[in-house]
Design a protein around this ligand. Sequence first.
Ligand code: NI
Length: 393
Amino acid sequence: MDLPGELIEQADELRRRLHRHPELAFQEHQTARVLEEFLAGHGVEIAGRGLAGTGLVALVRGAAAGPCVALRADMDALPIREETGLEWASARDGVMHACGHDGHMALVATTAAWLARHRGELPGTVKFIFQPGEEKGNGARLLVEQGVLDAPPVAAIFAVHARPQLAAGQLQLCRVPSAATNPFTIEILGRGGHGAYPHLAVDPIAIGAQVVVALQQVVARQLPPGQPAVVTVGAFSAGEMGNVIPERARLRGTIRTRHPEVRRQAGEAVRRIAAGVAAALGGECRVEIEEGTPRVRNDDELLDLVEAVARPLLGDDNVLRQEAVTMGGEDFSFYLSEQGGVPGCLLWLGVETDEPIHTSRFDFGSTALAPGIRLLGELAYQALQKPPGRAEP
Ligand code: NI
């Protein structure tokens, strides 16, 4: 299959259009319309609309019956004011595609357009999933609950994510490309009083400060040293006045881990330490650890397939089979076997910029589009021929 230059140009146009009109999580209405128009214009069947509000599912059914392989793109932008100064910079003040989701959508939609031209050669069906709300961490879960992996049942799923640390068009293959996240809130309950008479009060600020310090022990002293983990307190709110001891304080933070057992231990340690410190100082606390997003655990067999497909397409120097110890989260995990879903892989793709994602200067650019589309198209085609778990004995 040759990728026509005209499709690469259309991918670039689509990418810029999406970049110019970013929408926040679960508000991607215009984005969905733009995608639908593009897909329909290329004869791609729209199989589902409005999933979790704005999600879109498209299908390319091959001439021959066979399995179904899915490609996923996330749709949402971030509440960041763009400072790239580019011609296609965000027209929506304070909202920006700063995580490359514009590029992911253009890659997957153009791959659909390309494969639609080759449906006669496809031994099965390719499903294209455009998913809202990745940045909120639950768009994928909602889509899975709504049956996005069924009818036709998906045998394997792939996604790419921009990684500015790589050269444009480079691919990095990891077993665990993203960490588990657990947002938490610790509510410290003291007893309010006059700042002049602390002995008559229970000071939740003093307790909260000790809790923050003690939580540094979780990674340093409670978890196995070989396993990366992070406990960050990002918000501490309490009090109004300098001479009043408030009733309560609230800490909010995030736990990041890369192994399910370490995830369990870290959550347990946060609870125990917060409760113990608060009790020792005469207060009480309520710890709420949210479910968050599980780690992404890529399928080993599919990683081998991706590597075999990518090497001749991108060149040996552009395919890195090495672990990156990333502590970021990705809700792609909800599609995968470890969460009761299907085998799959999240792949890191180098983009044009080396500005970090989630910053006001990030732009996916155009140089990674052609290699990304070639990779996804070829990967879908090859995965249909060798679906996971059906290897010859
Ligand atoms: Ni992202």
